[in-house]
Design a protein around this ligand. Structure first.
Ligand SMILES: NC(=O)c1ccc[n+]([C@@H]2O[C@H](COP(=O)([O-])OP(=O)(O)OC[C@H]3O[C@@H](n4cnc5c(N)ncnc54)[C@H](O)[C@@H]3O)[C@@H](O)[C@H]2O)c1
Length: 302
């Protein structure tokens, strides 16, 4: 089977590419390497260094997508806080880019697009767990843009005759997570700080809770979403572990050197109701974070 992974050089995308190639498929990657790394990319994949938000790349992208079963759309400027600083740059990338990929996929007669959505669409809810039927309330440009992608997937499945499904990931961790820069995620940031002898910086009181979800489980959700006969009409499905940990708990798993800094605008808690993923995709998370952290610390020399 032929697959295209847009954002295949990134953290989650590169893990997905490895899995698809391991299963014996032909895989093409579209990535502009803005945060993705050449080192992440499987040497058996076809690599196309292209910006998905540049609409002048349309014909090239369509030709890459010809005879493709599923396009996995993971590319995005993928973090909340930098989107608050650079909302317009984020907008161009995360909305025009998504629209361009959806239109190219429809024109190339791709069977299905699996879109990487985000739990940030929920914003700060008082009610837990978060269920797909709840109203959205994004609190950042990034959250709003990721939600727009879901809306567009729904539109495309209804008027352009292409199947779509949207996976709302919760906080993803695992192999190849970024350690540096504005795009790093909390475990990567803490690891990087400890490796350079600095304390882990905890925003606010550290009692914010996140539903940490393993990248291998997210990859599995993508593959099931590509194959499932129960989806294809723009369904929105939570992909979260279904339990959560505080930032203090995560810090304690990694080390004991920490300081507390000013809070930022962020939800107090995320927690997925993942029953729809079980029902529609047959998906269940397998990894427990406490079992993963010791091996990670050993691997990075902590
Ligand atoms: N990591 C998480 O916890 C998390 C949570 C919710 C949703 N998501 C979503 O999952 C997806 C993947 O996230 P990630 O953590 O792997 O991020 P990442 O930054 O590691 O990967 C994104 C990839 O997309 C590429 N890219 C960005 N803009 C592009 C463009 N205009 N054209 C071509 N390529 C482009 C980057 O170079 C990178 O390789 C994103 O859509 C993100 O919004 C991630």
């Amino acid at each position: 089977m032929k697959y295209v992974v847009v954002g295949g050089a990134g953290f989650i995308g590169s893990n997905l590419v490895d899995n698809l190639i391991y299963e014996g498929h032909e895989v093409s990657i579209i990535d502009n390497f803005s945060t993705g790394k050449k080192d992440n990319v499987n040497s058996n994949a076809n690599i196309f260094e292209l910006d998905m938000s540049d609409i002048s790349n349309k014909q090239k992208i369509i030709s890459i997508m010809e005879n493709t079963d599923t396009v996995f759309l993971l590319a995005a400027k993928a973090r909340v806080q930098p989107s608050i600083k650079n909302p317009i740059e984020y907008e161009m990338n995360n909305t025009i880019g998504v629209l361009n990929i959806l239109k190219c996929a429809a024109d190339a007669k791709v069977r299905r697009v699996v879109y990487s959505a985000s739990s940030s669409a929920y914003g700060d809810s008082e009610v837990m767990p978060l269920v797909e039927s709840m109203p959205v309330n994004p609190l950042s440009p990034y959250g709003a843009q990721k939600y727009y992608g879901e809306v567009m997937c729904n539109v495309f499945s209804h008027i352009y005759n292409i199947q779509t499904v949207c996976l709302r990931y919760f906080n993803v961790y695992g192999e190849r997570q970024n350690l540096d820069g504005a795009y790093a995620l909390v475990i990567g940031i803490f690891a990087s700080q400890l490796l350079s002898g600095k304390p882990m910086t905890i925003r606010g009181d550290g009692e914010q809770r996140r539903d940490f979800t393993y990248v291998g489980d997210v990859v599995n959700a993508n593959i099931l979403a590509s194959k499932s006969k129960n989806v294809g009409n723009g369904e929105v499905i939570n992909i979260g572990n279904g339990d959560n940990r505080s930032i203090n708990q995560i810090a304690d798993m990694l080390g004991d050197n920490k300081i507390y800094v000013d809070p930022v605008i962020e939800p107090n808690e995320t927690l997925a109701d993942n029953s729809l993923a079980k029902k529609l995709l047959g998906w269940e998370p397998k990894q427990v974070i406490e079992d993963w952290i010791p091996g990670y610390k050993k691997d990075i020399g902590l």
